[in-house]
Design a protein. Structure first.
Length: 174
């Protein structure tokens, strides 16, 4: 070994020591890497995939009601197989037609635009624009996508009540 190799090994550690560090990596399973990830880019992908799935569902709603609108006198027997009693005789009932239009709009606005696109870009771009290595609270971001959380009602303690209420109750008691 020459002098440069010895100095380099002393400054950075030996080549074998570097491999020992890499051998002890934690192996992530599919569930921990893709479903319960805390990486902001993976969470953005989850929002994007969920938004795409809901866009396909909303698009299918659109195809169903536009098919009925485009060919009003035609019967589609396969509709009765899919929709059951809502499409007796292969024609969509007017009430279910309005329900399809409403479901289409609701799915596209609330699930595709709000959750899909806003959640995707907010989770992917904002940490990059701010210059953060990762998100500040990835567990709460991931939790907002996986399930809604119930809100608890808090009781207001006497210390949180307005000052005029405390003073009037204090004078009434004393």
């Amino acid at each position: 070994m020459n002098n440069e190799t010895i100095l380099h090994d002393q400054a950075t550690g030996t080549h074998e020591a570097g491999h020992e560090i890499h051998e002890h990596h934690h192996h992530e399973s599919f569930i921990t890497k893709y479903v319960f990830s805390q990486d902001h880019k993976m969470i953005a992908r989850q929002f994007l995939i969920t938004g795409i799935i809901w866009a396909i569902i909303g698009g299918l709603f659109s195809v169903l009601f536009r098919l009925q609108l485009g060919y009003p006198e035609t019967t589609f027997p396969w509709l009765e197989d899919i929709l059951g009693h809502w499409a007796k005789g292969g024609k969509i009932h007017p009430e279910f037609y309005y329900a399809l239009v409403t479901m289409h709009g609701t799915v596209l606005v609330f699930f595709v635009l709000t959750a899909g696109l806003s959640g995707t870009f907010a989770n992917f771009l904002i940490p990059l624009q701010v210059g953060a290595r990762d998100m500040a609270s990835p567990m709460s971001r991931r939790g907002s996508r996986t399930r809604p959380r119930p809100r608890r009602r808090s009781r207001r303690s006497p210390r949180c009540s307005p000052r005029w209420r405390r003073s009037s109750s204090a004078t009434a008691a004393g």
